[in-house]
Design a protein around this ligand. Structure first.
Ligand SMILES: Nc1ncnc2c1ncn2[C@@H]1O[C@H](COP(=O)(O)OP(=O)(O)O)[C@@H](O)[C@H]1O
Ligand SMILES: [Mg+2]
Length: 499
């Protein structure tokens, strides 16, 4: 029996088409896997079903009745619970307060019944008791939890709502295998009680372990829906890729590296999320880091910038060992780091565009021997090259659009002319025109001899710009793609395999 049906759902965000034709038929008592590469529209479809994003078109039916949810609250009232990929926890509240937020048990006087809140939370936590790790409990602040523990709180929060339909959007991304096993047991009991579950995961082993049915999406469209028992891993990957994948031969000709020498080399790096990572970076090369999100790519980049510590291994710059204890060690050696997570690593919002652009220069050339006029002379060409649209250098950077803010972050580093540029999902959330401008600049920089390591959560961006791709899976490099072998199919095969 179909309990929920989505038909022809469409959604665009500005110029970006997130969903072109989202279709889904969810049966009661079914675990329905939604799969597709990054950016194909899975989360958007789930958010529309969960009432947190309004569709531009299409229809939703719940038990054959047309519905339209204007708020998450309305969807929740209709029996739909959502685990959001971005998580929806409040860091300043405790685990118990987060699990029961807005649904706290009350005393006869209408006050929050702290004692019951605590004991209800303890009951909810119990299944995860043995696998949740140190420092977890009802009274712990969410801000003090690790990534996997936060995901567990979000899972418990959604489960405690006891919704008829539960959507888990990448709920297992940070969990270890024991935690996943507990989570799957909980999903099986939901199923046994005839709840319906939409489950998003990139892990093929998980898909086949828990799924009854799988719907594959590609570029904002639902392409196929089949019973898990009637399909295979390779068939699913083939549907994800479709006929239109970027063949290596179609890529624009990239200039060959200027010399054959390695600028940067890493040997057997071990870190919190890195296991035995070795590679070398050539001069004038764009080395791509591929794979699913969170497989160690960002950790590697932050480690190479000295912002995250390594437990073992060595890094060489121009053949000489390099000690990276803090970012200033990297900066002093011409290594720059740019993240797409602008709120954490990007602009200083209350500062002016000018100040944001010269930070790199000023920190490199201490003591500051440059006056305002001299600094403007240095940064004006950078602003021009970036086609930065801005009212004046003195305006606060927060006045700029996201794309232009990201250009400022990049301009900061261009002004100091780095030898190695570490790009950590640099175009996340910026508009297409700006993305395109940046790709052109990256190529120009390479031609000038700058070496770039690029991690992107968008596979197309990686395939379109990298000369070579290292595929990460579980903190390891599991495959290196180059030339003829650098296509979407090869990338997904390596990325989606069980690590
Ligand atoms: N709030 C938003 N603003 C702008 N673009 C968005 C927004 N949410 C999603 N997108 C874009 O829509 C597309 C689909 O995103 P999403 O549904 O998150 O994909 P998935 O979950 O399959 O990775 C992507 O290109 C993404 O960048
Ligand atoms: Mg998503």
């Amino acid at each position: 029996m179909t309990i929920l049906r989505a038909r022809n759902i469409r959604k665009r965000f500005g110029g970006v088409v997130a969903l072109e034709q989202g279709d889904l038929a969810l049966g009661a008592g079914e675990v329905h896997v939604l799969i597709g590469s990054n950016g194909c529209g899975k989360s958007t479809l789930c958010k529309i079903i969960g009432g947190s994003v309004a569709p531009d078109g299409g229809s939703l039916e719940l038990s054959s009745e047309p519905v339209r949810f204007r708020t998450p609250h309305a969807a929740a009232a209709a029996g739909i619970g959502v685990f959001y990929q971005e998580l929806s926890l409040i860091p300043q509240l405790t685990v118990a307060e987060n699990i029961f937020l807005g649904r706290e048990p009350r005393t006869a006087y209408g006050l929050v019944d702290r004692k019951r809140l605590r004991s209800d939370a303890e009951t909810a936590i119990r299944p995860f008791g043995a696998v949740v790790g140190q420092g977890f409990g009802p009274d712990v602040l969410v801000s003090d939890l690790s990534a996997d523990q936060r995901q567990i709180v979000e899972i418990l929060k959604v489960l405690s709502e006891n919704s008829r339909i539960v959507i888990f959007d990448e709920a297992t991304a940070s969990l270890d295998s024991k935690q996943v096993a507990v989570f799957f047991d909980l999903i099986r009991s939901l199923k046994a009680e005839d709840h319906a579950i939409i489950f998003i995961s990139h892990r093929m082993d998980e898909v086949f372990a828990i799924g009854d049915r799988v719907t594959v999406m590609r570029n904002g469209r639902t392409v196929v829906s089949v019973a898990i028992a009637e399909t295979t891993q390779d068939e699913i990957v083939a549907h994800m890729v479709g006929g239109a994948y970027i063949a290596a031969a179609d890529r624009k000709e990239a200039p060959a590296p200027l010399t054959g020498t390695a600028v940067l080399a890493a040997r057997n790096l071990v870190g919190r999320k890195l296991a035995d990572v070795s590679f070398s970076l050539q001069r004038g090369e764009i080395l791509g880091l591929g794979g699913l999100h969170g497989q160690g790519q960002s950790d590697l980049l932050r480690s190479l910038f000295g912002a995250e510590s390594l437990a073992g291994g060595s890094v060489f710059l121009d053949g000489k060992p390099l000690l990276l204890r803090k970012p200033s060690d990297a900066i002093a050696n011409g290594i720059a780091y740019i993240s797409g997570d602008r709120s954490r690593y990007g602009v200083l919002p209350i500062r002016s565009i000018f100040e944001n652009l010269v930070i790199g220069l000023v920190s490199k050339q201490r003591p500051v021997g440059l006056n305002y006029g001299a600094l403007v002379k240095r940064i004006a060409p950078v602003a021009e090259r970036l086609k930065l649209k801005f009212p004046s250098f003195a305006a606060p950077v927060s006045d700029l659009s996201g794309g232009n803010q990201q250009k400022v972050v990049i301009g900061r580093w261009l002004a100091v002319a780095p030898a190695v540029l570490l790009l950590d999902d640099p175009t996340k959330g910026i508009d297409l025109q700006t993305k395109h401008d940046l790709y052109v600049i990256l190529r120009e920089l390479c031609a000038e001899g700058v070496s770039i390591i690029l991690y992107s959560s968008e596979d197309k961006e990686l395939l379109g710009n990298a000369d070579r791709i290292l595929v990460f899976n579980g903190g390891r490099i599991v495959r290196e793609l180059e030339g003829e072998r650098m296509g979407e199919f090869e990338l997904y095969q390596a990325a989606y395999a069980a690590s």
